[in-house]
Design a protein around this ligand. Structure first.
Ligand code: SF4
Ligand code: SF4
Length: 91
């Protein structure tokens, strides 16, 4: 078995203030899809998303930026209107 001491350092952020360049969406195996017919514009997805993926559009609906979405599913779990469904990511 390989010891953790033999593993390469996982440093992907190599300069201060550069985390926005890291495409965390690459980690995703599922993506959240919002049904805007059910959405009540409460913003809970925005509040709970650990990566601040959701941003409101001009109509007040919250849209996910898939460049950063890791597919954790927290938004789908917390949406009170059950408007978000996690679907399998296409390669
Ligand atoms: S949590 Fe659900 S209902 Fe609320 S804004 Fe997000 S998608 Fe819409
Ligand atoms: S799946 Fe996770 S990372 Fe993606 S938008 Fe929802 S809460 Fe954010």
């Amino acid at each position: 078995m390989v010891s953790w001491k033999e593993l390469e350092l996982g440093c992907t952020i190599v300069e201060p203030g550069s985390s926005s360049k890291l495409k965390t969406g690459d980690w995703r195996s599922q993506r959240p899809v919002t049904d805007y017919e059910k959405c009540v514009k409460c913003g809970m997805c925005y509040i709970f998303c650990p990566d601040m993926v959701y941003k409101p559009n001009k109509m007040g609906f919250f849209q996910a930026d898939y460049y950063y979405c890791k597919g954790c599913g927290i938004c789908a779990r917390e949406c009170p209107a059950e408007a978000i469904t996690m679907v399998e990511e296409k390669v």
